[in-house]
Design a binder for this molecule. Structure first.
Ligand SMILES: [Zn+2]
Length: 362
């Protein structure tokens, strides 16, 4: 039952199940969807399905345990060929596609080229499978060289390209592949994966990470190695008593987004991250004010409950806080003076909070 490791994406699994049962599997696929949602794992599971020596492929149920299944997951199966960006490069190199030498760390390395490899006779499986990760980074030359193989692959061979969106792919690739779209995962699905992969042990912490990861396990993993969760807890804590803690909140946010060592891009990312926490929180407040139960991790639920119970305004007022915060994130991108921008934003939030949205006379 190796597919069980794939969380979400049931419709895509179903599609392959139907294809394999009817014996109609296309030879070239383009998987598109955000980074870090399991497209790679999915491609490997599909390869296990095609290679497994215990369960036949039409069952679409690789055992996940036989030596072949294990080789696929480890990436050591001789009939699975994998292409991805080499460290420190921004494009898939043409030699990775058609063969040739590439200089890596002052050493020349020979690449057979995946177009050559896929045409060799399979060694252990009945077919060859090629997974091209980072298909967004195929340059024109690589793409041109790949087209013939995509169009006329050797019998039985399966090519799987993984990219983030169709807009990143050339039409010539799109027209030769079957497209499968993968959606971002729900927070609960990310939580399940983080626990399964033992990134963290605490279910609450896993859900907190999932809440800030924008549907991406990759991001959640990265966040688990940083102190972003602490930052989020501190920010949410200050929000519970915003009017009294406005100065502290301003200082905290400014400290994080206006550091001298930060590049413009990093400042923007920080402001996006912090404002998105505030937006999520007021969204939860608005839900509760309209009589719906809160959702999310315990920290968020607790904070949004406290705010909702002390809220002097109505749903509209909470929505006004969201609008004001989104506006701040937008202006932050437009190169405004971040310090002033944050101060005015926090002041406005306090004012909306205190007055139920009506402007105080000045
Ligand atoms: Zn197996």
């Amino acid at each position: 039952m190796a597919w069980q490791e794939v969380v979400g994406h049931e419709a895509q699994i179903d599609r392959f199940r139907r294809n394999l049962r009817s014996g109609r599997l296309a030879s070239a696929f383009l998987f598109v969807g955000p980074d870090g949602i399991g497209k790679q794992l999915f491609a490997r599971k599909l390869t296990q399905t095609l290679f497994c020596e215990v369960n036949p492929e039409y069952e679409c149920n690789p055992c996940g345990q036989c030596p072949v299944c294990l080789q696929v997951i480890k990436g050591t199966h001789p009939d699975l060929h994998y292409v991805e960006l080499l460290p420190g490069t921004a494009e898939i190199r043409t030699a990775q596609i058609v063969g040739g030498a590439i200089r890596i760390n002052d050493k020349e390395e020979q690449f057979p080229g995946v177009c050559y490899e896929v045409n060799l006779k399979p060694i252990r499986a009945r077919r060859k499978v090629v997974i091209i990760n980072d298909a967004d980074s195929l340059n024109n030359t690589s793409t041109a060289n790949l087209l013939k193989t995509l169009e006329e692959p050797p019998p039985g061979a399966v090519m799987i390209l993984l990219g983030t969106s169709l807009s990143q792919q050339l039409d010539t690739i799109i027209s030769r592949c079957q497209i499968l779209s993968f959606n971002a995962l729900l927070p609960e699905q990310i939580q399940q994966i983080l626990l399964q992969q033992q990134v963290v042990d605490d279910p609450n912490e896993a859900l907190e990470l999932a809440m800030i990861a924008n549907g991406s396990v990759g991001l959640a993993r990265r966040y688990s190695e940083s102190d972003l969760l602490e930052t989020r807890r501190e920010l949410l804590g200050l929000l519970t008593a915003l009017p009294q803690q406005a100065e502290k909140l301003s200082a905290m946010v400014i400290g994080l987004v206006d550091g001298k060592s930060l590049s413009r891009r990093e400042k923007m990312d920080q402001l996006d991250f912090l404002t998105s926490i505030v937006v999520t929180c007021f969204h939860q407040v608005a839900l509760q004010l309209s009589g719906q139960p809160p959702s999310g991790d315990p920290v968020l639920i607790d904070v949004s409950r406290q705010i909702a119970s002390a809220w002097p305004g109505d749903v509209e007022t909470a929505l006004a806080c969201i609008d004001r915060t989104l506006e701040t994130a937008y202006h932050g991108r437009a190169n405004a003076n971040v310090k002033t921008l944050v101060e005015v934003w926090v002041d406005d939030l306090s004012q909306i909070w205190l007055t139920g949205g009506f402007k105080l006379p000045t």
